[in-house]
Design a protein around this ligand. Structure first.
Ligand code: ZN
Length: 237
């Protein structure tokens, strides 16, 4: 079943109400959600649902369902199971999500400092990485850190832009990430624009202004295979 993805229009919603539309082994489905399902390299959200009685249902992970825009809220092992039709209040583990948003947006900025095809990526609350198809000797941790932080210091607002599938097909240069398909659906694709820095298809959650990232540090650079040179970063504070 399809779920209204509230985070797509407002990544800063940390609390919302919803109705349970299905409950099964793989998770709880809602009519709408603020929980981001794992995808595009970004981990799924955790948090809790509050029942009308006030009883909490701990949500340990969020995954994509089978339907387009389907979202499965995965209850913790010992969590109570809600009834279909029940109203619940959703609460994100906001600290964790905000770290994911800052690191995710930082990867967009870093992908403009390292100019090479992106072959993979991952965003966890404590660190994030991109893999590049590049000669590892061209990856200088100090330079990547300095140049990425110089761009972050511009503190420009980010924008979400939608284009049609046909427009994206006409501009293949927009797709930097070879391992992740652009988030297509209903004939349109969502892009993240960081004016004068980056423009690429992305369905993830981002900060409103890149200044919110603060600064990053490069944790390490290593080879993960012929076409995967990994740059791992963390938030500086
Ligand atoms: Zn993104």
């Amino acid at each position: 079943m399809a779920t209204r993805l509230l985070f797509r229009d407002d990544a800063y919603l940390s609390r919302a109400s919803a109705r349970v539309i299905a409950v099964h082994e793989r998770g709880i489905e809602l009519d709408q959600t603020i929980f981001y399902p794992q995808g595009g390299g970004q981990l799924g959200d955790s948090g809790r649902m509050l029942r009308e009685s006030g009883e909490p249902i701990a949500i340990s992970d969020t995954r994509k369902g089978d339907a387009p825009d389907g979202v499965l809220h995965v209850g913790a092992a010992d969590a109570p199971v809600p009834e279909v039709g029940e109203s619940v209040t959703l609460e994100l583990d906001w600290q964790r999500r905000y770290a994911l948003m800052r690191l995710h947006t930082a990867l967009h900025v870093m992908s403009c400092v390292v100019v090479a095809p992106v072959t993979g990526g991952n965003i966890a609350p404590d660190k994030a990485r991109l893999d590049f198809d590049i000669d590892i000797h061209l990856l200088d941790a100090a330079r990547i850190e300095r140049d990425t932080n110089a761009l972050i210091a511009r503190s420009v607002p980010t924008e979400t832009v939608w284009i049609t599938d046909a427009e994206l097909d006409a501009r293949p240069e927009l797709i930097k990430t070879m391992s992740v398909q652009p988030p297509r659906g209903a004939g349109r694709v969502r892009l993240l624009r960081i004016p004068d820095i980056d423009l690429q298809p992305c369905g993830g959650t981002h900060v409103r202004n890149i200044g919110e990232i603060g600064a990053i540090r490069v944790l390490r650079i290593r080879s993960e295979g012929k076409r995967n040179k990994r740059v791992e970063i963390a938030l500086a504070n």
